[in-house]
Design a protein. Structure first.
Length: 453
């Protein structure tokens, strides 16, 4: 240990070398450690546990090497199939179980394009009208009558224009599953009278490219445009305050999205797997971004988190392969697990000053990230938080940290020095889990600069 202008550099390597010098190496030379033949594994790494009783160190601890089918070619671990998340009222979620699957409320059955049409947001009166399109009479809470519309006999049309009224009643709703699975539909014209687009209304309309939402609309239900693979542009009306579950999920051609001021929620999986979405201006009014909201938006790179954001969900930006920066406002008090998992182009990161912990695998496999400053209010860095951040060379940890989880900096192969704002004794008092810095340079013996000494 040496002092330099009030800064103490802890060199555990010297201590370790001195300790080993006292040990009888002749005994070790006669012993060869033995390990289990069967791999132990979790969702990120695999290893072999010792069987000889003379060591606690695992053998061959390393990150999975997945093939295109999600199977580790060495240990045989299979990536779990993505499971549906619940609705947006339960978007906090929980940390994955040991098998990598999430504990969560079920999100309902997966729709199929040929399901029968039915349901509405108003109370049905039983009156049904057919004129190519199918209409059902509904009554809202105020007692006003209107019509919910369905594809009816027009499921094979390329273009549909919905009238403003039928039989002297206004068309106010696109019904639940109203046009889902209309495989030929390329353009639909909605009248200004429409206030609601119902649940799965256009789900699976794979050729739908041209749709304009009425200005007075105030409700877009879950799955409304999910898997509309040709849809390129959408403008959300000013009356919409929440984008619901899987609203545009799987819209792989979607490039241009206009969001209104007054929007407060971008829900679970709203833009999940929108592969062509490169930029998005999120209004300052948004306070919550749900689970997997932008997950697998592989082209997304021109993006800023809104200044009033409070909650950032689990895997919100996971596998956004082109995302280069994440500047988090200090209004954020909760960031979910795996929030920026596998953002391999991320080079600039600013964390909210009001985060209490860095969540499980939050920045796992952000291989280009060069520096991280943990906020002063944080008390823990959870398991796998920065695993495989191979470019990480600058790390600042505050004295508020009480715990560093398993494999938190696993395979951070460029991390030579940690700057810690507390004292040497405080550094050693931090609860550090097994393998917290496995395969960093010199592992436990790397330099720690303690600014508090």
């Amino acid at each position: 240990m040496r002092e330099n202008k009030g800064k103490t550099i802890v060199r555990a390597a010297a201590f370790t070398a001195a300790l080993f010098a006292l040990l009888p190496f002749s005994a070790c030379k006669k012993h060869v450690h033995t390990y289990e033949e069967v791999w132990s594994k979790n969702e990120f790494v695999h290893w072999r546990n010792p069987t000889c009783g003379d060591t606690d160190e695992p053998d061959a601890l390393s990150i999975h090497n997945f093939n295109k089918d999600g199977l580790c070619t060495l240990c045989g671990y299979q990536k779990p199939v993505d499971e549906e998340l619940g609705d947006d009222e339960d978007d906090e979620g929980t940390k994955p179980n040991d098998d990598g699957k999430e504990e969560q409320k079920p999100g309902g059955k997966e729709p199929t394009p040929d399901e029968s049409q039915g349901g509405s947001h108003g109370e049905e009166t039983g009156n049904v009208y057919r004129d190519g399109l199918l209409y059902r009479e509904i009554v809202d809470e105020a007692g006003n009558k209107g019509l919910s519309v369905f594809a009816g006999d027009w499921k094979d049309k390329k273009e549909i224009e919905i009238p403003e009224e039928h039989n002297a009643l206004p068309v106010v709703e696109i019904g639940e599953d109203g046009f889902s699975g209309c495989g030929a539909l390329e353009k639909i014209v909605l009248p200004e009278s429409v206030r609601t687009v119902g649940y799965r209304a256009f789900y699976g309309c794979e050729k739908l490219k041209d749709v304009t939402l009425p200005a007075r609309m105030d409700d877009l239900d879950e799955w409304a445009f999910a898997d509309c693979k040709a849809l390129e542009t959408i403008a959300i009306p000013a009356g919409i305050t929440a984008l619901r579950y899987k609203l545009f999920s799987g819209c792989i051609s979607l490039q241009n999205v206009s969001l209104p001021e007054g929007l407060t929620l971008i829900g679970n999986k709203t833009f999940y797997h929108c592969l062509s979405l490169e930029r998005l201006d999120i209004p300052a009014s948004v306070t919550r971004i749900g689970n997997y909201a932008f997950s697998e938006c592989e082209a997304l790179k021109d993006f800023s988190l809104p200044k009033n954001l409070v909650y950032l969900g689990n895997s919100a930006f996971s596998s956004c392969l082109s995302l280069t920066e994440a500047i988090m406002p200090d209004t954020v008090t909760q960031m979910g697990f795996q929030a920026f998992y596998n953002c391999v182009s991320l080079t600039r990161l600013r964390l909210s000053a009001n985060l209490s912990k860095i969540e499980y695998a939050a920045f796992y496999n952000c291989t280009a990230l060069p520096e991280v400053t943990i906020p002063e209010n944080a008390v823990s860095i959870e398991e796998y938080a920065f695993t495989n951040c191979r470019a990480l060379s600058t790390l600042v940890i505050p004295r508020s940290i009480k715990k560093i989880g398993t494999c938190a900096f696993f395979y951070c192969s460029s991390l030579n020095t940690i700057t810690y704002s507390g004292t040497t004794s405080e550094w050693y008092a931090i609860e550090k889990a097994d393998w917290w810095n496995y395969s960093t340079p010199n592992q436990i013996s790397q330099s720690v600069i303690c600014l508090g000494d």
